[in-house]
Design a protein around this ligand. Structure first.
Ligand SMILES: [Zn+2]
Length: 60
């Protein structure tokens, strides 16, 4: 049983969203974890984490 057929990039630093009980976001670019959804390309283009991991990501 596999929920994650592809590699997920979820080791970026996260911080809690103020006033939200279960929402977290990337500490660098402030994108919500639910929006990032484990994909490097969903971080902001200038995000430090994205820049550091971009060479793993294949353009489709
Ligand atoms: Zn980010």
């Amino acid at each position: 049983m596999s929920f994650y057929p592809e590699t997920l990039y979820i080791d970026y630093p996260q911080e809690k969203v103020d006033g939200k009980l279960y929402e977290y976001r990337c500490q660098y670019c402030k994108q919500l974890t639910t929006d990032i959804n484990g994909k490097v390309s969903n971080h902001d283009a200038n995000c430090q984490y994205r820049i550091e991991h971009t060479y793993f990501e294949l353009e489709d």
